[in-house]
Design a protein around this ligand. Sequence first.
Ligand SMILES: Nc1ncnc2c1ncn2[C@@H]1O[C@H](COP(=O)(O)OP(=O)(O)O)[C@@H](O)[C@H]1O
Ligand SMILES: [Mg+2]
Length: 691
Amino acid sequence: MRNGSDIDSSPDNTPVIPQADVESRPRVTAETMAAKQRDISVSEFFAKNRHLLGFDNPRKALLTAVKEAVDNSLDACEEASIVPEIWVHIEATGPNRFKVGVQDNGPGIVKKQIPLIFGKLLYGSKFHRLRMSRGQQGIGISAAGMYGMLTTGKPVKIISMTSEKKPAHYFEIQIDTRRNQPEIINGKGDGEDIPAGEKGHRYIADHGIEWVSHYPSPGEQSQHLRSGTRVTIELEGRYVRGRGSVDEYLEQTAIANPHVTIHYVDPDGGETTYSRSTTELPPEPVEIKPHPYGIELGQLVTMLKGSHAGTMSQFLTTSFSRISPGVAQRICEAAKVRTRANPHRIGRQEADALYAAIQNTKIPAPASNCISPIGEGLILKGLHHQLPGEFFCAATRPPAVYRGNPFVIEVGLAYGGASPTQKVTLEALAELLQESDARSLKQFLLTTFDGIGAAGVEKILTQAKLGTRQTPAKLKEEDIAQLHAAMKNVNLSEGQTMQVLRYANRVPLQFQPAACAITQAVTATNWRAYGLAQSRGQLPVGPIRVMVHMASVWVPFTSESKEAVAAYPEIMKDLRLGLQAVGRKLAIYLNRRKRVRQEGERREVFLRYLGEVATAVAAIKDSGDRSRKQLYGRLVDIANRKTAVADTKLDDRGRRIEEAEADFGENVLIVDESPLLQGGARIAPGEGRKS
Ligand SMILES: Nc1ncnc2c1ncn2[C@@H]1O[C@H](COP(=O)(O)OP(=O)(O)O)[C@@H](O)[C@H]1O
Ligand SMILES: [Mg+2]
């Protein structure tokens, strides 16, 4: 009663209704309202709520379209056991308009499915099964197509080939949003068939259809494409590099998918190839049945109604994983339901009892072969292949379970190496500045480069002698050169904050870090215990990148746009343990590095004074130059012995070469020892510096 907009409350809380208003208002009855009540099509719903799917602004829309297509390609290739080769081509077709083409060498799609997959929302092969994959809901690619159609009026174009010997199919499709149905535009509503072989190549060329028919991979033999799919979407978007960009997505995808090669042409015509570092495909995840602990009462009732099983025992053993006939019997006994009872005849109360019985019966944890983690070895390979660094380590946790869904947490860590600001070329920096929508130079640096932090920005700008408030796009050429030089020279490793790469089922998560369980677990970890500086509740400081991967048959995202992982306690716990595992390895490395450096410094000090000591002692003993030399030699020997740690050489696993002790455990990679690791120079007796 209270907050009605045209109802005022008098002091004693009796509503005072202004008479005139009510009389002039048309009367709405249940009948007139009924005339307006109707079905809402999913496509209409998501066209209005496009932000739910990641199309909230032009910049993100471009990324989301690429991402949906690439994720599908990777899923399809892996499911068909094909080592994935992917082409991504983004072309500017007008101001704020882009044509996105993504092609794969996957299994292809059969003709009659193409219109449904690309022209109907909520249509897919992954929603109804429990198997680890990138896609889940069946809205991804069709929503991208719909967004393109709504913003540019252009249809989605698909070409797909299932075999070299069969014709390929070419479709131009629009979504009828009111009915959530595809509308085929070309070939009189039937699509076009492209003949196999040479004739087909000519057809493709004559009709201006984009298609890559063979691929030269660096270091591999040129191959003909045997099958594959290419989708082209024209959409309104914005292309910006840096954080949350297509470029970042592709780079991070390459890290977590070391078996993939991606050929990327950006809107400026720049070509980048992310080459695979292994041809080994991830082990094929097995599809599983739901685990009984993860089921809800309503779901159980639906399953009972829809079951084809003749008896309760059969229903339980075939609908769920980990229920043996013995367990089924125990559940039935506890619920006071006969094992031979017909599942269709189970009443509401019996279902309640059954549900309670399931929760109270001991049932083994779900099998974990439905998940295929990246594995420690390949995480190291991926990190080392794509990121700078001197120390790498990885940890894959044993499988765990949340709400009945098995999952695995993996963590990789890269320490040291150049910061992203040091990698950028002068040309790229000029382009980045031009494209940026940041209002100030400070904002530009903060949003474009990961992990430099406000202190790093200050340092760079002071050295470049530039103001923080300048507009990035208006920088003069010499200012850009100065900025570039400062970015190269300023040592950011102290002020740099940890960069966190988040992944769910091998897909990089680029938005909403604060809402994500992964970031929360990273900031909640006490990194000071591992030798890093960290303020409470913040990311630690240092040249460190951490990648965290959650693999599961069902990743609990906080929204449909799949940007952040929900913080279930079981997931938080495993994240914590995974982070601690790499933290401990990092601590061993940092400690050892510190000791080597300290001993090196100690030796320097010794050597600085030994010459003088030898001269003085010789003078006291009055024993001439020869014995001074001998004495000096002996003192240097002692100094070298006392500071022997400074000579420690570590092998590529971080073990001391001479001792080869395995205290790091498995899966650590130490690249190129930094100068610090080499300790003080070892000086042979007799050649000592005289002071
Ligand atoms: N490039 C492709 N190659 C083969 N099949 C594909 C490809 N893209 C999509 N599909 C099929 O289309 C379905 C729908 O894709 P999508 O709308 O992205 O939903 P989701 O990936 O969530 O299932 C997928 O489940 C898959 O079976
Ligand atoms: Mg998908």
